[in-house]
Design a binder for this molecule. Structure first.
Ligand SMILES: CC(C)(COP(=O)(O)OP(=O)(O)OC[C@H]1O[C@@H](n2cnc3c(N)ncnc32)[C@H](O)[C@@H]1OP(=O)(O)O)[C@@H](O)C(=O)NCCC(=O)NCCS
Length: 270
């Protein structure tokens, strides 16, 4: 398995599904529909059987659990070429975007030169509508308002709460004038910090809050032994990509979601 595929395994561990079956080195994942990452087969490495058989197993696993069959695969990898050749198609209907950039950054610099500043205000948060100092913290539990910002409409289910609280997680929160203005999830896996669900309330954007939240969770991660960070961003999310580039994140690889062509994914048991 190459470094891109190994990092995909790391990211998968940071976003644990509710059910996971191995398929050779692939992983069949289910989390009651909450996110593509937790409800797709991670097709990295060797499935340990002919591809047609592996894709049948993906379909059976999904049908048994009531989700649509989908695979997540490193872009331009041998697995992706084979899945395409087998007649599967890019999952262009995937709501969150089927093409995703994986970005990484070292944490050493942030830890050494910025120090632990979770209680400090972000440097650029003095806009005319912000009269109080924002408090940016990283807690061991989701604080008040954390779920409201990190879950999108219709997403608040037991499965979502279980996925987002799985593993060793730091819950970043930014409070401005008593309002929860921003939130982020950070998970520790091996020596990686996986950052996800960064969200700033529209009324508080472009004032440095996302940057402050990133700084806080990066410091938290470094203090807990991580030396590099990884995050996954939909390719169309130009604002987030600009933010992360400015914070020193560089492209590592990309992945895509693929689905079976209509009518091509019958249950092998039926
Ligand atoms: C992306 C998001 C978190 C940014 O939050 P924010 O608090 O506004 O970000 P910051 O103020 O810290 O931005 C820092 C820099 O990032 C870049 N940036 C942030 N948002 C941007 C946007 N929409 N377009 C272009 N550049 C942007 C800019 O360079 C900005 O500096 P500037 O304001 O001096 O130009 C926020 O827009 C958001 O919650 N979006 C919806 C959820 C989302 O997409 N989350 C990311 C998932 S991976």
């Amino acid at each position: 398995m190459n470094v891109r595929e190994k990092l995909e395994i790391t990211c998968s561990k940071a976003w644990p599904p509710l059910a996971e079956d191995p398929l050779g080195e692939w992983r069949l994942r289910w989390a009651d529909g909450f996110t593509g990452r937790a409800n797709s087969a991670l097709a990295v490495g060797d499935a340990g059987r002919p591809l047609a058989e592996a894709l049948h197993a993906v379909c059976d696993f999904a049908h048994d659990r009531g989700i649509a069959p989908m695979v997540q695969v490193v872009r331009d990898s041998p697995n992706e070429h084979a899945i395409s050749a087998a007649g599967w198609v890019p999952a262009t209907g995937h709501g969150a975007g089927h093409e995703v950039e994986v970005l990484t950054a070292p944490l050493v610099t942030a830890a050494r030169f910025r120090g632990f500043r979770v209680a400090e205000p972000p440097a650029r948060a003095e806009g005319p509508n912000v009269t109080a100092v924002p408090g940016v913290t990283v807690g061991d539990e989701p604080g008040p308002g954390w779920w409201e910002l990190t879950l999108r409409p219709g997403e608040d289910t037991p499965a979502a709460r279980q996925v987002l609280t799985g593993g060793k997680v730091g819950y970043g929160l930014a409070v401005v004038e008593g309002s929860v203005a921003g939130a982020v999830r950070a998970a520790l896996v091996d020596d990686w910090l996986h950052v996800g669900r960064l969200a700033v309330h529209p009324a508080f954007r472009r004032r440095g809050l996302a940057s402050a939240l990133m700084d806080a969770v990066q410091t938290w991660g470094a203090e807990h032994g991580a030396d590099r960070a990884v995050l996954q961003v939909a390719e169309g999310n130009s604002g987030a990509l600009a933010l992360y580039a400015g914070l020193g994140y560089a492209p590592h690889h990309r992945y895509r979601y693929w689905v079976p062509a209509p009518g091509s994914c019958e249950d092998s048991t039926s």
